[in-house]
Design a protein around this ligand. Structure first.
Ligand code: SF4
Ligand code: SF4
Length: 226
């Protein structure tokens, strides 16, 4: 999974920091590193900017995978790095912020906005591929998501406004339904698109509180020699 993130504006970060004058910054060595938002370079830059503008001291580290709990040794190292900090800024996706917040008794603040699950279409250019709707229909649309790639999120497209394969809402974007049709045609399944699909069941999406999923977990291994 690539969680695509974007740095928050410095004014917003400063407003969150409030009166905190000593700030530790934790980046993430996976998705934010690839997105250029939370790797070593970015966290050092953020620390420097804050020191130049508003805080007494800012220092940084990069967690290998911020969205995973730290191993006990790494946890100890991280805790010692936070000594003297009045707040922790996390340059990771929202899950990374959550994980750090669970492991630290300090104000933990997001330095990034988590935008979407996407891919790097070309170096430095990220395209959304999934809005995490909770009820995936990629199988019916040749692997192209109509929620993400159609500007109107149509399940029964196209809308009729596409010109030259571009979307009427934003002519810089390909029409998602053109992509779906071309793909389904290439798969010999174009006629399936004539079927009218019912309304999407959005109850599997964001309503009802935090979504949960449980999978079977293999039993713990017996200790050797028993
Ligand atoms: S249908 Fe839903 S889960 Fe599947 S790719 Fe689109 S947004 Fe993601
Ligand atoms: S032009 Fe295509 S992508 Fe744009 S809203 Fe209409 S069907 Fe959707």
């Amino acid at each position: 999974m690539k969680s695509i993130t974007q740095r928050k504006g410095i004014e917003e970060i400063e407003a969150m920091l409030g009166s905190a004058r000593r700030v530790a910054i934790a980046g993430c060595g996976t998705c934010p590193f690839m997105a250029g938002t939370g790797g070593p370079k970015e966290v050092v830059e953020l620390a420097r900017t804050l020191e130049e503008r508003s805080v007494e001291r800012a220092w940084s580290t990069v967690l290998p995978v911020a969205c995973e709990p730290l191993a006990p040794e790494a946890q100890k190292e991280f805790s010692s790095l936070l000594e003297g900090a009045e707040a922790v800024l996390v340059a990771a996706c929202s899950l990374g912020v959550r994980m750090v917040a669970d492991q630290v008794v300090l104000p933990v603040l997001p330095a990034l906005n988590t935008l979407f699950i996407g891919r790097e279409a070309e170096p430095g250019f990220f395209v959304e591929e999934c809005a995490q709707c909770g009820d995936c229909v990629l199988g019916e649309y040749g692997g192209i998501c109509p929620i993400v790639h159609c500007a109107k999120g149509l399940f029964n497209g196209p809308c009729g406004g596409s010109v030259g394969g571009k979307c009427e809402v934003d002519p810089n974007l390909p029409c998602g339904w053109q992509l779906i049709y071309d793909r389904m045609k290439a798969l010999g399944r174009a006629e399936e698109l004539a079927r009218i699909r019912p309304y999407k069941d959005w109850s599997k999406s964001l309503s009802g509180g935090a979504r949960r999923m449980r999978v079977p977990v293999p039993p713990p291994k017996e200790p050797e020699g028993k």
